[in-house]
Design a protein around this ligand. Structure first.
Ligand code: GLU
Length: 449
């Protein structure tokens, strides 16, 4: 090991030590730090003044109590989080996640990833993330509203158009953003449209924001395939998840001529060799807020529901993990590779374990890391902020074409950076270095703060 790698390993050991019991954050930090050896060897100034140590330490971490009253008149207590990770490039920006698995380590990993992802978009946004261990599953609309209001009663003092701009993530969509925006507006007596993104269209939301993460992931894959002289036409695709990211990834795959064979939710997966009926999935998930197991009864013959087991057992050319962190393990990667997968792109944040990523790399599978492949969502949030700032509202076509352009730029930046640093085709290295360099340049300019 050379001295640069030794230094990075020692920084990582400190990160692990002072963030004990936060394995997802360690995993995200390890992946980035292990990519930085070459860039720091070439530019020692990036590790001067403890810049790497500072980049691994959130600027601010807020943890708060969220009391609320359920439909049975019982008082419930949840924990709320906002980790304001890095504001070198702009106001903190990143989603809010409502899921029982949420803890400070999960939010920290997401905020860390977000910092580099946001840098890759080329937009003026820093990195942050928030959420709660609140479980929205099975809760009534009124319960969701009361929870969102209580959450915002605390959060409002920490955010603002020029301070920190939250959005959605798992468990938080337009409905929740609406309730939170309403309470923010009431508390501040200010219609500050740019304080949240992912808003409804009628009160300052952006067209194509809902579709952006999934569309963007598929645009990224299209660029990877194009470099290899191929495209989506006739390709078998498997997409895990059936939330916002998965649904619109499927939609774009279909419009580019691909075939979607399977998708999932936390209960299991459906396989439909005739091609997944996306309108039916939308009906089940977006309208009824139901379970994917309902698909088979509604669709009829030719499809099946698998309750236990892994969706990655379904043979495919392109795999898009769009559900959650660490959902695709080494064993799944082995199966996918044996089945001849060409490309894997992370629509979710960190869905592939480090072992799986390593296996794809060794097998020569095209692999797009989440911080590049799923950056289209937050990039379109930045476009929403632009529209809010100029009191404008763009057409779907204009917004989607900006998104497309941004995804092509991110793809090219990752690819060119990987080549520049002697690792052609390594999108993980390319994304980590390209994102890091932008944040590091801004931090250096601002001195030790
Ligand atoms: N939660 C999304 C992400 O992981 C979007 C964040 C945003 O739009 O601010 O990037």
């Amino acid at each position: 090991m050379n001295t640069v790698d030794e230094k990075l390993q020692s920084i990582l050991a400190t990160v692990v030590h002072r963030n004990a019991g936060e394995p997802e954050f360690h995993q995200a930090a390890r992946e980035v730090l292990e990519s930085l050896g070459r860039v720091i060897a070439r530019n020692p100034e990036y590790s001067a003044d403890a810049l790497i140590e500072r980049i691994c330490e959130p600027e601010r971490q807020i943890i708060f109590r969220v009391p609320w009253i359920d439909d049975n008149n019982e008082v419930q207590i949840n924990r709320g989080f906002r980790v304001q990770f890095n504001s070198a490039l702009g106001p903190y920006k990143g989603g809010i996640r409502f899921h029982p698995s949420v803890n400070v380590g999960i939010i920290k990993f997401l905020g860390f990833e977000q910092t580099f992802k946001n840098a890759l978009t080329g937009m003026p946004i820093g990195g942050g993330k928030g959420g709660s261990d609140f479980d929205p599953k099975g809760r009534s609309d009124r319960e969701i509203m009361r929870f969102c209001q209580s959450f915002m009663i605390e959060l409002h003092r920490h955010i603002g158009e020029y301070v920190d701009v939250p959005a959605g993530d798992i468990g938080v969509g337009a409905r929740e953003i609406g309730y939170m925006f309403g309470m923010y507006k009431r508390l501040n007596n200010r219609f500050e449209a740019g304080v949240l993104t992912g808003k409804g269209l009628v009160y300052g939301g952006s067209r194509a924001r809902k579709e952006a993460t999934g569309f963007g992931t598929v645009f990224f894959v299209r660029s990877m395939l194009a470099l290899k002289g191929t495209d989506f036409d006739g390709k078998r695709c498997v997409v895990s998840g059936s939330g916002n990211v998965a649904i619109y990834a499927m939609e774009k795959v279909l419009s580019l001529g691909g075939k979607v064979i399977a998708c999932s939710d936390s209960g299991g997966y459906v396989v439909d060799e005739n091609g997944i009926d996306l309108d039916l999935i939308k009906q089940i998930k977006e309208v009824k807020r139901g379970r994917i197991s309902e698909y088979v009864a509604l669709k009829g013959d030719g499809c099946s529901y698998v309750k236990a087991g892994s969706i990655w057992d379904v043979p495919c050319d392109i795999a898009l993990p769009c559900a959650t962190q660490n959902e695709l393990h080494g064993g799944d990667a082995k199966t996918l590779i044996e089945n001849g997968v060409i490309a894997v792109a992370e629509g979710a944040n960190m869905p592939c374990t480090p072992e799986a990523v390593q296996m794809f790399k060794q097998a020569g599978t095209l692999f797009a890391p989440g911080k590049a492949a799923n950056a289209g969502g937050v990039a379109t949030s930045a476009l929403e902020m632009q529209q809010n700032a100029s009191r404008d509202s763009w057409s779907f076509a204009k917004t989607e074409s900006r998104l497309e352009e941004i995804m092509i730029n991110i793809h090219d930046a990752c690819n060119e950076t990987a080549e520049e640093y002697g690792a052609p085709g390594d999108y993980v290295l390319g994304a980590n270095i390209a994102g890091f360099v932008r944040v590091a340049e801004a931090m250096r300019a601002m001195g030790v703060i």
